[in-house]
Design a protein around this ligand. Sequence first.
Ligand SMILES: Nc1nc2c(c(=O)[nH]1)N[C@H]1C(S)=C(S)[C@@H](COP(=O)(O)OP(=O)(O)OC[C@H]3O[C@@H](n4cnc5c(=O)[nH]c(N)nc54)[C@H](O)[C@@H]3O)O[C@H]1N2
Ligand SMILES: Nc1nc2c(c(=O)[nH]1)N[C@H]1C(S)=C(S)[C@@H](COP(=O)(O)OP(=O)(O)OC[C@H]3O[C@@H](n4cnc5c(=O)[nH]c(N)nc54)[C@H](O)[C@@H]3O)O[C@H]1N2
Ligand code: SF4
Ligand SMILES: [Mo]
Length: 914
Amino acid sequence: MTEPVHTACPYCGVGCGVVVQPDETIKADPLHPSNRGRLCSKGAALAATLDDSTRLTVPTVFGREADWDDALRLVADRFRETIAAHGPDSVAFYVSGQCLTEDYYVANKLMKGFIGSANIDTNSRLCMASSVAGHVRAFGEDVVPGVYEDWDEADLVVLVGSNTAWCHPVLHQRLQAARSAHGTKVVVLDPRRTATAETADLHIPLAPGSDVALFNGLLSYLYRTGKVDAAWIDRHASGFADALEAASAVTVEDRLCLAGEFALGQRPVGSPSLVAKGRSPAGMETTIETVAAECGVDPEVLETFFDMFAKTERVMTVYSQGVNQSSSGTDKVNAIVNCHLATGRIGRPGAGPFSVTGQPNAMGGREVGGLANQLAAHMRFGDAADRAALRAFWKAPALAETPGLKAVELFDAVLDGRIKAIWIVATNPAASMPRAGRVREALAACPFVVVSDCWPTDTSALAHVVLPAAGWGEKDGTVTNSERRISRQRAFRRPPGQARPDWRQFAEVGRLMGWADAFAWQTPAAVFREHAALSGHANDGRRVFDISAMADVDEAGYAAMQPFRWPLPAGSSSEGGRLFAKGGFPTSDGRARFVPTPYRPLPRTGLLLNTGRIRDQWHTMTRTGLSPALMSHTPEPMLAMHPADAAAAGIVQGALTRLTTAEGNVLLRAELRHTQRHGEVFAPMHWTDLFASTGPVGRVVSAAVDPISGQPDLKATAATAEPVTVYFHGLLLRRTGGALSDICHWVRVPVTEGQMYRLAGLRPLPVGGELTRFASALLDLPAGTEWLEVSDKRRGVLRVAAVSDGALEACLFLAADASGLPNEAALIPMLGAPVPDATRTKLLAGRMYDATAAEGPKVCACFGVTRDAVRHAVATHHLASVQQIGVLLRAGTNCGSCIPELEEIVRDVRMPAG
Ligand SMILES: Nc1nc2c(c(=O)[nH]1)N[C@H]1C(S)=C(S)[C@@H](COP(=O)(O)OP(=O)(O)OC[C@H]3O[C@@H](n4cnc5c(=O)[nH]c(N)nc54)[C@H](O)[C@@H]3O)O[C@H]1N2
Ligand SMILES: Nc1nc2c(c(=O)[nH]1)N[C@H]1C(S)=C(S)[C@@H](COP(=O)(O)OP(=O)(O)OC[C@H]3O[C@@H](n4cnc5c(=O)[nH]c(N)nc54)[C@H](O)[C@@H]3O)O[C@H]1N2
Ligand code: SF4
Ligand SMILES: [Mo]
């Protein structure tokens, strides 16, 4: 590489452009319309993930290295044999919103067009399925009406179940800039007081799962206060009366009562006239108080929000996993959309519902029909004309006629033997699926499991065939972000070893299965051209998704392609913009649909486990877990609990805590926080078997799904928590990585020169020779390494330092209580460094406990500034702003991801006690 390469960040759906310099330093792209020069902590640390040392580089078949031809021939043969013996529905693909559009297109074509089954589903089922279903119900097609400029132009932004400060940081920064420029108001609806809520004008800590009640209440309020735009509804939508009726029944009792008043047949129908004539359906009054009680919030706060929404024309409602990942996720989406349709606030500058996408290509995957219930190019299973058009376009011998199994059902079908061969690509379901233990059982029982990934994972550990995939920076293709903007990802380095792009793997298997012509592409540009042509095929304005203007793009054009927003039909020269302000919905009559969303409260017993993300980790940590800087923000899997719940369970700050659900249990460190509601705990989704002994929290998350979208509710599992007896505490540093055996509880933290493991003994420390064996298993030293030991059995203390070629190779400290362990921050730099005798003695004498070196979690990952250092500086220098912190400590001056936390510290430190 001699010239800078413009590409897109591989993490979240904001879709930021980055520029990679010839020396592989990575900076924000100042010209990319999605980020205009901004980046977050994860984007800023991308270079650290380019280390090849732990990558998968060679295909393996039944644990042995194989060449690509043999591996792919085996895959093709086993799929063909399974289909011949048991039919096309006996095989499946499980793919990912982290596939590029070209990868995704080829996988979907192979399964739905040629194998003849729709058993291809994707991790987008866990992520976007409720938004997809909600969009289809309301608009007729899965379309996000708004654009990023709306974030600049809105006067009110309502963030529902969306921790944008951590999960869509660059959009969050854009919103903060808009607030400074013209005072945009921000309201956050989230049961937790998140970093996002900290920065908002109003935070409504609603009860989990109560969003439908809240937005139903809002619809009813808009109606009562005369804010409904009857003229717009009359022209562009239908079903208002039914939606209003359902919205007006807040509780079960109210619903029963309403059912009596609106006997079937007597319902007010033809919504617009109902509103136009000003008829108020009797008995349908919902009060602020009833809604507030249902949502567990202060009625005054709720009214403030309803009033703000009612009065503000430029209002945008942004939502993500607090909405989608819910057993009422699709209704949550439609309850939100109903309020925007009712006011005609859609597709106008600064106004509309806005589903932010999670993964870099969540949107692209939906364009190619990656979900089991979709066809390619937004065509539908339920439409015979669409099926005929697709069959003809692909010359498909066996186009699937009906939807396939959705993720949770799909893995159930693997477990019960209906599915006998599965190919998993760019996703780690053994960690990220709910009931992950059951998914592991399913994969262990499955006769043939293929996994394509860049790194070893909990899932690849269960595969018969592991295919090394070319990753970010090593492959070419396109991704689509939250605002329908298609950007190029460009290769700037060679894949390590024999790693190959996913689309090539699928295309080769398609050819080997006998469909040489249909899978003959030689370049990703050729795949993209076919995808673009299909989007315009038999379309004539029936489907909004149309990028047929790109159907003839040549290799040079594809190489130079600039980011553009769809729709971009053949003949159009300007990119897509806001949609639906003047109607024109892709339904049979061009009208949007109001959808009645009767409220279904969550069943509640004990604690409710909410799971989600932390600022600096990405999902199952295969990439972000490589960066010590990103690890420093939250180095250990934790369980956030309200102090009162903790006290009731006898759990103290920092206690190792067992969280138990119907699915099993995991061990997490308790973090007592007033930001949690009573009765609700939160755990991050990120840790896996490779990072902690109890593995992913997904093992204990239930798999209740939304009845319409099939998306699992990952935010509400009934749970109990209890403290765990810890017999000893330990700290291990070593050069080698990997999982430890299960002799104690451990959490692995990558550090600059190796790995650090925090240990907790769940059984008493062994004695005598057993103790030596125990220590040696942990140290994992090459034979013959010198090893010095100091032990004080009476105090239950063991200290070991192993030196190789004069440098510290490993060290282990065990103590009866945590205060007997050395300071981590002082120890970490010693790993791999030369250790003079004096230091060794000091180490073993235990004189490494210097409290002044105490570090603690880092708030600014870019400059390694700890939370304590910021608190100290704010207090002693009387700092009043984030800017002042930046001047003194540099924190917050690079990517800006920590700004919400810095603001929180300023507020916290400067707030008078009480
Ligand atoms: N740092 C980081 N950023 C990421 C990712 C990552 O792994 N790490 N992943 C990306 C992906 S794929 C996705 S999908 C997005 C997800 O982005 P977000 O949706 O913002 O992230 P989550 O933490 O999953 O959940 C959001 C919030 O929903 C709240 N919530 C839970 N239950 C309810 C409820 O009943 N009602 C409401 N209103 N809120 C509720 C939770 O408390 C949580 O704060 O992030 C993307 N960005
Ligand atoms: N409890 C709980 N569980 C959740 C969630 C939650 O909030 N709570 N959120 C859900 C959501 S929204 C999502 S999106 C999922 C994410 O869950 P996963 O998709 O399982 O998580 P990732 O770690 O992103 O997995 C992506 C995998 O693809 C690999 N990879 C990266 N690039 C490539 C490539 O180009 N080719 C190939 N073949 N492999 C590649 C990575 O190494 C990694 O192993 O998790 C879901 N699970
Ligand atoms: S906000 Fe951060 S993670 Fe998301 S695309 Fe931009 S740089 Fe990447
Ligand atoms: Mo996601």
